[in-house]
Design a protein around this ligand. Structure first.
Ligand code: DOR
Ligand code: ZN
Length: 334
């Protein structure tokens, strides 16, 4: 008999769905595995007005009314308390802080938290979650996340009631950092940071399909991330940061950062947890701790995975997925 596991349908606490034609692909692939997802606002134009938030949510729902988008807005310098209130009224659950210039479509990001004091105060008052891409610009790329700790700590100190998420942790020093902060601070961990190291990016021929921000780091970092994911500590939960770019855009002289993992993340995580003897920790990490932190209901439905090999496609609608053409040992039960 094939080995099986049934878990509550996962929640992806960090997801890029993009716009236009790509939205059809991303919603289809995310909703196959996830009941809901925290939708990132770094579209063009950005989700930073109530009208855009509402029309983006409607567009997502029109693709699949069964998939629940958890909506965010993108913070900008000088965003006022009344603008924040309008976003909350439109249905935003979180605001995303992109430091200026650190990743895709962040050129208009925030230079210092001092420029968004009013914004953060309003978010705290309204009980919105602050989600942060934690990298300090213009420092050595492998230390950028660590260099952001000071800014993160300053925000946490200035707003003692604000819930904060340290997104896509990649550096072992950030695990200790987040663990040492109060319970209103949590961190997401991606599939790719749990599976890859820098060797997968530049160890052989340069591979743009494993290039993302923050860059995947060394074996000791990956191990610390795995221990956090397996620990049962409710501060650490899954957020894929699934971030598709068309193949041609990745295979270019200025390869965009981002890894498309939605179609494969759940079976890959099941495989990892099973191989490490931690299958009993999978459901909380994938499906429970994230919604709990956000005070959102976890999925009511379940999915069953069976230990049955399948091969990940080379390309999905023009996008190269994580682990393309490799074998994964778990599949969804038909
Ligand atoms: O690799 C990344 N891609 N990291 C991010 O933070 C953004 C994302 C994107 O939107 O492409
Ligand atoms: Zn992201």
């Amino acid at each position: 008999m094939e080995k099986e596991i049934t878990i509550r349908k996962p929640s992806d606490m960090h997801l890029h769905l993009r716009q236009g034609d790509m939205l059809k692909t991303t919603v289809r692939d995310a909703s196959a595995w996830f009941a809901q997802g925290v939708v990132m606002p770094n579209t063009v134009p950005a989700i930073n007005t109530p009208e855009r938030l509402i029309s983006y949510r409607d567009e997502i729902l029109s693709r699949n009314p069964g998939f629940k988008p958890i909506m965010s807005f993108k913070l900008y310098s000088g965003m006022s308390a009344s603008e924040v209130k309008a976003m909350a009224d439109a249905g935003a659950v979180l605001g995303k802080l992109y430091p200026a210039g650190v990743t895709t479509n962040s050129e208009d990001g925030v230079k210092s938290w001092l420029d968004i004091k009013e914004t953060l105060g309003a978010m705290s008052d309204l009980n919105l979650v602050l989600s942060i891409h934690c990298e300090w610009p213009d420092t050595f790329v492998l230390d950028r996340e660590y260099e952001y700790h000071r800014e993160f700590a300053a925000i946490a100190k200035a707003f003692p009631d604000l819930r904060m998420v340290f997104e896509h942790i990649s550096d072992r020093r950030s695990i200790n950092f987040v663990a040492g902060l109060p319970d209103r601070v949590a961190g997401t961990i991606t599939a790719h940071h749990l599976l890859l190291t820098l060797d997968d990016v530049i160890g052989a021929n340069m591979n743009p399909h494993t290039f993302c921000k923050p860059v995947v780091k060394g074996p000791a970092d990956r191990e610390a991330l795995r221990q956090a994911a397996f620990s049962g500590d409710k501060k650490f939960f899954f957020g894929s940061d699934s971030a598709p770019h068309l193949k041609a855009k990745k295979e270019s002289e200025a390869a965009a950062g981002g890894i498309y993992s939605s179609p494969v993340a759940v079976p890959l995580m099941t495989q990892l947890f099973e191989e490490k003897g931690k299958l009993e920790k999978l459901e909380n990490f994938m499906s429970v701790y994230g919604p709990a932190f956000y005070s959102i209901k976890p999925a009511e439905s379940c999915i069953t995975l069976v230990q049955k090999k399948s091969t990940i496609p080379a390309v999905i609608d023009g996008i190269v997925p994580l682990y393309a053409e490799k074998t994964v040992s778990w599949s969804i039960k038909a």
